[in-house]
Design a protein around this ligand. Structure first.
Ligand code: HEC
Ligand code: HEC
Ligand code: HEC
Ligand code: HEC
Ligand code: HEC
Ligand code: HEC
Length: 451
């Protein structure tokens, strides 16, 4: 097998090209002065031998027909409730996307003749990790075998072809491995099967982070005696979730201070699915007309200075330990010690999130707002948009919140495997077998809604 040779990475490579440009200028000088010639030759030597070393780093793909698998999770983080006994905000539900490209001249997006399988590394059972399946019938009105998620997928299985990519939706992955170690960054292994192309290896795999966390810290304020329990007798109970239902009843229950909407208190309806009354685009739940969406109710209510003045995005979203926003790109991750979601530059802070005019899960930040119109995705979400040659933005940049390079090493496994560098996929040789010129896939070729 002829392993294709490559140099150090897109970034480093560009730096290398810089060096070579400088050398040509120096080379001109050499014709002018003998002394300089000697110095320049001395300078040139290490570079020429560096260029020679291009051969020393190998690309893992092998021949013209090789298939490149690129996978990502759609949101970059998925939140679950630690328990579903009393209330449910969101079920275990992770979406995995994969695009397959056949290397060549030109490269092709592959949708037929192959199949993809997924499994989760050291995470093969849901036993003892959640009580979701005990309450799923009451909460969602469907009975599901243990280990099977709301769309029929389990912790391993076959991916489905959806147009130009493959998907496994609603994977009920939990943040505990089989030894019950807590880790919100589980790793899916995707394996290529039935690969018909010549020179292709059936069994070729990639690893993709499936992020899931139960670190929603309602307890910071709704634990007995905390700010969220001031109106409950005895400062509430020792169950955080019961306290939440009780404070909801205090305001909107049968004897609540606002006119009640139902003839039942939430504490008597357990387990309570919030989306039963508050619409949620995430669950496709219509809610009760006139009642705010889960997102609007939660963000606008908790925006009050007297309610959650010390709250941050990480009080409810995962979280102080999980640190959902983990890109290493400065300006899109942390500003000092503060995640940028908090400062408002992407989501508009808690006031932006509590804006009644936004459509939850649909009105989301885009790249254009900071990088300009060359990077517009029009009215389409970043996570559904495509660029260069029909490749998804997220295939080259990764999921929202974990854009390459990521501070979490596991996120970087894929670009490291494909191009030996944790940056956006920019080494043309990952997909093209003809030598291509251009700094990155944007400046070179951008059909569709991009330059
Ligand atoms: C930073 C503090 C803080 C955090 C974090 C927090 N809450 Fe609250 N929440 C409050 C306070 C304060 C109240 C109002 C208590 C009162 O007026 O009696 C409240 C009220 C509520 C209410 C009642 C609203 C109504 O009008 O019926 C619900 C429901 C609620 N919180 C759910 C949650 C959930 C679910 C979480 C976690 C995902 C959460 N809260 C996290 C502080 C917080
Ligand atoms: C039986 C219906 C019902 C269920 C179930 C329900 N709510 Fe509500 N909730 C309401 C109604 C009605 C209101 C008041 C008006 C509104 O939000 O439009 C309300 C108000 C709220 C508010 C205050 C919004 C505001 O700005 O005044 C929050 C926060 C809230 N609910 C969170 C939750 C959470 C979290 C759950 C799940 C534990 C939940 N609700 C379950 C009916 C429900
Ligand atoms: C008091 C708890 C709480 C706080 C604080 C909070 N969130 Fe949320 N957030 C939620 C809940 C609960 C949902 C799930 C809504 C649903 O199921 O539709 C959610 C959903 C979201 C969503 C997806 C749905 C949508 O409306 O687009 C985004 C984005 C989001 N939050 C961003 C933020 C940001 C940014 C901050 C900090 C500025 C923040 N949240 C602070 C509880 C909170
Ligand atoms: C809130 C503003 C903001 C948004 C929104 C934003 N970015 Fe950025 N981005 C930045 C900043 C600031 C930098 C750092 C620029 C620098 O260091 O010169 C950056 C840098 C980058 C880089 C590294 C570029 C380089 O030359 O090093 C990439 C790649 C990138 N962004 C991709 C994206 C993508 C993809 C999106 C949409 C999902 C996006 N950005 C949305 C602010 C933003
Ligand atoms: C074939 C791979 C590929 C695809 C597809 C792709 N990008 Fe990029 N993108 C790159 C590379 C490589 C860079 C340069 C990154 C760097 O400098 O670190 C980049 C840079 C960017 C930047 C930073 C620009 C700056 O100001 O420096 C943004 C924003 C961006 N891309 C958005 C998008 C969006 C939106 C899409 C989808 C419509 C997309 N990209 C699709 C590879 C890709
Ligand atoms: C992730 C895979 C991928 C990467 C990386 C990539 N391309 Fe492409 N490229 C494609 C695909 C797919 C097409 C579409 C081919 C078609 O339309 O048939 C394409 C088409 C092109 C085309 C037009 C067709 C042709 O062969 O002339 C050019 C030019 C091009 N890419 C340049 C580049 C350059 C330059 C880079 C590196 C900076 C790059 N590409 C990186 C996948 C990639």
């Amino acid at each position: 097998m002829n392993l294709l040779k490559m140099s150090v990475t897109s970034k480093k490579h560009t730096e290398g090209q810089h060096e070579q440009r400088k050398f040509s200028i120096l080379r001109a000088n050499t014709r002018l002065a003998g002394l300089i010639l000697i110095l320049v030759v001395l300078c040139l030597l290490p570079a020429e031998s560096w260029a020679g070393k291009e051969a020393s780093i190998q690309l893992p793909v092998s021949s013209e027909n090789d298939y490149v698998l690129i996978g990502w999770n759609d949101l970059g983080m998925h939140c679950i409730n630690p328990s579903y006994k009393e209330l449910a905000l969101l079920p275990p539900f992770n979406n995995l996307w994969v695009q397959v490209i056949q290397r060549g001249d030109p490269p092709k997006i592959v949708t037929s003749g192959i199949s993809l399988e997924y499994s989760i590394v050291n995470n093969t059972t849901v036993k003892g990790k959640t009580d979701f399946w005990q309450y799923v019938q009451q909460l969602f009105g469907i009975s599901l075998p243990e280990g099977i998620g709301l769309t029929g997928n389990g912790l391993s299985g076959k991916m489905q072809l959806v147009g130009d990519h493959f998907e496994a939706t609603g994977i009920p992955v939990l943040p505990y491995d089989d030894k019950m170690n807590w880790n919100p960054f589980q790793i899916a292994k995707v394996t290529l099967r039935d690969n018909p192309g010549k020179g292709n290896k059936t069994g070729q795999t990639i690893q993709v982070v499936l992020p899931v966390s139960d670190e929603i810290r309602c307890d910071m304020c709704h634990m007995q005696g905390m700010d969220g329990t001031v109106n409950l007798s005895n400062g509430g109970t020792d169950s955080v979730d019961t306290n939440i239902l009780m404070v909801h009843d205090y305001y909107h229950g049968v004897n609540g201070i606002s006119p009640p909407l139902t003839s039942q208190n939430l504490v008597d309806m357990q387990p309570v699915l919030c989306a039963k009354c508050h619409s949620s685009n995430a669950l496709g739940a219509p809610g009760i007309p006139g009642v705010k969406s889960v997102s609007l109710a939660m963000h606008s209510w908790h925006n009050g200075v007297d309610r959650a003045s010390d709250g941050t995005c990480y009080s409810c979203h995962p979280g102080p330990l999980t640190q959902c926003l983990r890109t290493g790109i400065s300006g899109m991750g942390y500003m000092g010690t503060t995640p940028t979601c908090q400062t408002g530059s992407c989501h508009g802070g808690i006031s932006g999130m509590g804006d009644p005019n936004r459509n939850p899960w649909v009105t989301e930040p885009n790249c254009e707002q900071c990088h300009g119109s060359n990077y517009s995705t029009g009215g389409t979400l970043y996570r559904h948009s495509k660029g260069h040659g029909g490749i998804y933005c997220a295939a080259c940049h990764n999921s929202p919140h974990e854009w390459w390079p990521s501070k979490l090493w596991a996120d970087n496994l894929l670009p490291m495997k494909l191009q030996r560098a944790p940056y956006a996929i920019g080494d043309c040789r990952v997909c093209h077998t003809r030598k291509m010129d251009g700094d990155n896939p944007h400046s070179t070729y951008y059909p569709g809604n991009q330059k």
